[in-house]
Design a protein around this ligand. Structure first.
Ligand SMILES: [Zn+2]
Length: 274
């Protein structure tokens, strides 16, 4: 019996689903593919009401988690995602924060324990295509929860053997360069920030670029649903042209391919359709 075409995307926090995978989630849902978003943590270390940062007086981790999970549900509705699965782990915070040492922090959960739970979801949904971050947490980002999401997904893919194709999200260096040029040209004050040469995914590692131009508006709506974190989402404050460029294509590095698909693809389900 043919398996229902299914895409599973594994992310660390509420809001991570939008930028690098919001377009493919919306597009494949529209095309009749079943879509599953797995969010590993509750985002406790995000901003609290009024922009109160973690570690500041008045920051209530439980309240932040509750709000962010509500925002996540709104984002999922904008993108049309069929199934949202929450692993419910505690946000570890950015690399170097004291919260990294919390015994329940996602980054401190043994990989095999969290991977077993993710593996159960893979058994249930049997996705042909799985996406998560690369070993740096996505183009060199380095957030401990993103690195952990990578580790548990690699472990679950290997243990279950279920996906036919497995991808890492990619931010091609050439695209970053173009975006920063565009921002400079349109007079955006970058505060002297320059992306370093090793920021992003080396272009030769990018196998798949998916055009999601028709889904830019929905991605933006999904991102805006994460209102409480708006201060941290600089992409919302970019000029329209740069924003459109950043949102209109999603790139991936393919790590596993059990089907007949070329080295360079424009569709993650190439080789899987009847
Ligand atoms: Zn994140």
């Amino acid at each position: 019996m043919d398996r229902e075409l299914t895409l599973m995307v594994v992310h660390a926090h509420p809001d991570d689903e939008c930028l690098s995978t919001g377009g493919v989630l919306a597009r494949y849902t529209d095309e009749g593919v079943r879509t599953v978003l797995v969010t590993c943590t509750n985002g406790e270390q995000g901003d609290d009401t009024g922009g109160v940062k973690p570690g500041e007086e008045g920051h209530d981790a439980a309240r932040v988690a509750e709000r962010r999970l509500a925002e996540l549900r709104e984002s999922v509705a904008h993108l049309g995602i069929d199934h949202l699965e929450l692993l419910g782990y505690r946000d570890s915070g950015m690399d170097g924060w004291d919260t990294n040492h919390h015994p329940d922090a996602f980054a401190n959960v043994p990989v095999e324990v969290a991977a077993a739970r993710l593996g159960e979801l893979m058994e249930r949904y049997r996705p042909q295509v799985v996406i998560t971050y690369d070993e740096t947490g996505g183009g060199g980002y380095g957030h401990p929860d993103h690195v952990q999401a990578h580790r548990i997904t690699v472990a679950a893919v290997e243990a279950t053997g279920i996906p036919d194709k497995f991808y890492y999200t990619a931010i091609p260096r050439a695209a970053i360069k173009r975006m920063f040029e565009l921002m400079r040209d349109s007079g955006v004050d970058l505060g002297g920030f320059e992306p370093s040469d090793d920021f992003g995914t080396p272009d030769e590692r990018v196998n798949a670029v998916v055009d999601v131009t028709p889904y830019v508006e929905r991605k933006l709506k999904a991102l805006k649903a994460h209102e409480s974190q708006g201060e941290n989402i600089f992409l919302l404050r970019m000029p329209d042209e740069a924003q459109h460029q950043a949102f209109s294509h999603e790139a991936f590095e393919r790590k596993l391919n059990k089907v007949n698909a070329p080295d360079h693809e424009e569709d993650l389900f190439t080789g899987l359709r009847p």
